[in-house]
Ligand binder design. Structure first.
Ligand code: SAH
Ligand code: SF4
Ligand code: F3S
Length: 426
């Protein structure tokens, strides 16, 4: 029996990769421990989307050096996007790292750990065909990969370099995995891909949604992420017609300025983005729309920033993730002239966040005294049952003894907050 300690950073894709790495290692007889000092092997599943994420990890890694001194047989493995980005160089920089394994190679983690050391960062198309067992954290809601990699090369983004080219899983494999999940009591699945709209297994993404929608016993279907350039009427129609597909879409905008969108290589204009929003809201009136915004992309002028502010006011997203632009290796934007000073990026980000806070709060207030369908996921830190609406808003339920995770209940919203709602059973 070997003891593994695992820490994960980054996106849902990375968290799900960790679940699958744990699944694989459990088959090989590993057990998970919560204290790195008790581990035989430490795994870090890393993210390099922004420089800050990379720095945080490197300082975390530095602190494990001491553990290795105390226990020379301890093994340290770096997985995820930093592993792929740095490869061999990471072992030079931190010689106490034993394994470097990129995201396309997680199906080989078991074999890799049997060797003394190693670097696994080759292109691995097999990943889309291998059914890796996942050891999932939730018993209610499951992430399911439908595709890997990204071909879009947005000029700021490192993901195409860390996750490789797009590869889709065959639809049958996806459906089989979800049927199995439902047998095991799961009620909700989130289909994962960097750009699910360009899914190209043997069927299209809207067709895949219809297939999954037919799975008996499944209650809810979600998916992330949708690239606006590929969001068409077929998908909107499938979303509207499939009763299990939730009324929520995450549709990253990035900037409200056509000039900046072009430099970002996003391949849509604001006019086209507005058209997609109209299409979604016409077909699915209850839909919640969330987005990502980057503040301070190279050459961004005040008028570009104002265009983003205008877009936020006009569209009124239900929520946003906003970040300061960060220079990433290999990317085209990192070589552009007109990189902005930190203070400018920070000030613009602040304005964006402040505005969105008002909007989110205002929108949540409208939900007071409405009844929402909530899928109970478990209890929160203060002991309240908690779950999400179909529109992906967190609801904490007061005085609700005896609920169980996986139940779908009707909740009267009594207290809307900015980042969650509070209510009681009806
Ligand atoms: N494939 C998804 C998500 C990718 S990363 C998509 O296309 O939406 C998630 C978010 O991180 C992106 O939407 C973007 O807003 C942000 N991001 C990516 N690279 C960044 C960078 N270099 N600096 C700041 N934010 C970045
Ligand atoms: Fe990055 Fe763009 Fe691909 Fe998203 S679509 S992962 S932002 S390159
Ligand atoms: Fe995800 Fe971070 Fe990689 S956001 S794809 S883990 S760079």
């Amino acid at each position: 029996m070997k003891r593994v300690y695992l820490e994960t950073w980054g996106c849902q894709m990375n968290f799900h990769d960790s679940e699958r790495v744990l699944g694989l290692l459990r088959q090989k007889g590993y057990v998970r421990v919560d204290d790195p000092r008790e581990a035989d092997v430490i795994l870090f599943n890393t993210c390099s989307i922004r420089e800050k994420a990379e720095h945080k990890f490197l300082s975390r890694l530095g602190r494990t050096k001491g553990l290795k001194k105390r226990n020379p047989s301890l093994k340290i493995a770096v997985l995820g996007c930093i592993a792929q980005q740095s490869g061999e160089k990471l072992k030079e920089k931190a010689p106490y790292v034993d394994y470097v394994i990129g995201p396309q190679n997680i199906n080989r983690v078991g074999e890799a750990l049997e060797l003394e050391e190693g670097v696994l960062t080759d292109d691995n198309p097999e990943i889309a065909l291998s059914d890796i067992p996942a050891y999932r954290e939730s018993t209610v809601s499951a992430w399911v990969n439908i595709m890997y990699g990204c071909n879009n090369f947005c000029s700021y983004c490192i993901v195409p370099y860390t996750r490789g080219r797009e590869r889709s899983r065959p639809a049958e494999n996806i459906v089989r995995e979800i049927e199995e999940l439902v047998k095991n009591g799961y009620k909700e699945v989130t289909l994962l891909g960097q750009n699910v709209n360009s899914y190209s297994g043997n069927v299209t993404f809207p067709e895949l949604l219809r297939m999954v929608n037919k799975i008996e016993g499944l209650e809810r279907i979600r998916f992330v992420t949708s690239h606006p350039k590929d969001l068409g009427p077929e998908l909107v129609q499938a979303m509207a017609e499939c009763e299990k597909v939730c009324e929520h879409i995450h549709l990253p905008l990035q900037s409200g300025s056509d000039r900046i969108l072009k430099l970002m290589n996003r391949k849509y204009t604001m006019e086209q983005y507005y058209e997609k929003i109209r299409m979604l809201r016409d077909a699915i009136p209850a839909i919640a729309i969330t987005t990502d915004i980057i503040a301070g992309f190279p050459t961004e002028r005040d008028e570009d920033h104002q265009a983003t502010i205008e877009a936020l006011k006009e569209i009124e997203f239900d929520g946003i993730f906003a970040f300061k632009y960060s220079k990433r290796p290999y990317t085209r934007a990192s070589k552009m002239d007109g990189q902005l000073p930190e203070e400018v990026k920070a000030e613009r980000l602040n304005q964006i966040l402040r505005l969105q806070d008002e909007i989110t709060e205002r929108k949540n207030k409208l939900l007071k005294n409405t009844v929402q369908e909530v899928l109970v996921e478990g209890k929160n830190d203060s002991g309240q049952y908690t779950g999400r609406t179909r529109t992906n808003k967190i609801v904490n339920i007061n005085k609700a003894d005896g609920l169980t995770a996986g139940q779908i209940v009707k909740v009267l919203i009594t207290e809307p907050h900015r980042h969650s709602l509070e209510g009681r059973l009806t």
